[in-house]
Design a protein around this ligand. Structure first.
Ligand SMILES: N[C@@H](CCC(=O)N[C@@H](CS)C(=O)NCC(=O)O)C(=O)O
Length: 221
């Protein structure tokens, strides 16, 4: 059985959790925090979470893990069937991760973990995030799903990362950049949030956040 390792505040952890639940793959969860990395570098070489433990060995990087799950558990696919559509679905995921989440992440320290980021960083992130959100808007209308007429892996990614853009930019800029640059996102997020596996994952996230905050550790995302 697969063990999903990490903690439920991480959007990359929750990406895989929703994917496993939606695919109906049996898995268990193991709480592992990034600051415990010395104990798991053999499984995730940069000490990042999430990673999985499988009967064949460990695997890190959520996108690689997603592809492995798709290949190994094809019964409920979360990618489109034909090769070009699959590539377009991954293209959307890559833009969401590289040009939206990875940019927004620089603000997590201030948005979630009690720190501050410099004005220079705030300005730079704002510019890059705007470009990333506009790029995503050229690839998807988010209506009703992120890619095509059915739920795909792109929804697991879009839901989590765009939700964080909304939360983080409201906190740091006092302005929802998502509403400004991807206006269809509000209705989309509300629609996806109703899926039982998404709701369960977000409920678990709230519990994981309370546990994490009670630990009172210095962590910046
Ligand atoms: N590209 C990685 C990103 C994973 C990632 O950034 N994880 C964060 C938690 S959300 C982490 O482990 N941060 C600790 C660190 O980078 O040292 C993936 O897709 O799995």
């Amino acid at each position: 059985m697969i063990t999903l390792c990490g903690f439920g505040v991480s959007n990359y952890y929750n990406k895989l959790k929703i994917i496993l639940l939606e695919k109906g793959v049996a898995f268990r969860e193991a709480t592992v925090y990034p600051w415990e990395r010395d104990g798991f570098l053999a499984s995730s070489p940069l000490g990042r979470i999430p990673y999985i433990e499988t009967e064949s060995g460990p695997l890190s990087e959520s996108q690689v893990i997603l592809d492995y799950l798709e290949e190994n558990y094809p019964e409920t696919p979360l990618y489109p069937v034909d090769a070009f559509s699959r590539a377009k679905c991954r293209e959307l995921i890559q833009h969401l991760e590289l040009n939206v989440e990875w940019v927004n992440r620089r603000l997590y320290r201030q948005a979630f973990f009690g720190g501050t980021v410099s004005q220079e960083t705030r300005d730079e992130v704002r510019e890059k995030l705007t470009a990333g959100l506009e790029a995503v808007g050229r690839l998807t209308t988010l209506s009703p799903y992120a890619f095509g007429p059915t739920f795909t892996a792109a929804d697991c990614v879009a839901y989590l990362h765009l939700d964080y853009v909304r939360r983080v930019t409201q906190t740091v800029y006092g302005e929802d950049l998502l509403a400004g640059h991807l206006p269809a996102a509000a209705e989309y997020l509300a629609f996806i949030a109703e899926r039982p596996h998404v709701r369960r994952t977000m409920d678990d996230r709230a519990t994981a956040l309370a546990v994490f905050l009670a630990l009172d550790v210095a962590y910046e995302g």
